[in-house]
Design a protein around this ligand. Sequence first.
Ligand code: SAH
Ligand code: MG
Length: 212
Amino acid sequence: MPAADAPLSPSTFLKTHNIKGFLAEDEGERLSELAASVSEIGPCLEIGSYCGKSTVYLGAACGAKGNTLYAVDHHQGSEEHQLGEEYHDADLFDSANHCMNSFPAFRQTIRLAGLDHCVVPIVASSALVLQKWQTPLGMVFIDGGHSHESAMADCVGWAKHIASGGILAVHDIFPSPEDGGQGPYLGFEKVFESGLFEKLAQVNSLGILRKK
Ligand code: SAH
Ligand code: MG
């Protein structure tokens, strides 16, 4: 039996606290494994935290290894989260400012999960953070804007900052258009075509590359 004060596993924590998000359990567990495996290479960074689901999987692994996770999201939602769109969530709408704001929910998730010591929230667009980024990264997880333009810019832009042996994981990889939007898939394949990465097995919709 685990000790009474043993921390919950990420999957159990997320279920117990009913954390909102868009990530399957098998994908999250793979993210944890990958993040744990790169702790000697460099810090981890994610694009698209939303309410912190992927952040908990990545952050728990980073925390256990003494590594850091940079969690980048402008917290204003993607196209599909806006008022009237398919994935709009009224609980995350800031009516005073008439905009989406997932940051309070994200902060609460990270605090409840006990990850404040290893997660650095960056409330800004991916493009802005990318402009001056210098630190070589052990792992990048991309799950931000899904338009062709955004996903391509994220994949190509962030891949350049991954250190040798490091991981690029991209969510929502659907090789067939019938299964989902093509933005993340095209961005992922573009990085693979550079010849600088090898492909690891895909888990559900999580595509994975390792830098040679
Ligand atoms: N990874 C999350 C789901 C992310 S949803 C989970 O596990 O549940 C996509 C998120 O990307 C949204 O929160 C949105 O605000 C953010 N996003 C979209 N475009 C972005 C951009 N250009 N820069 C930063 N964040 C962006
Ligand atoms: Mg996604």
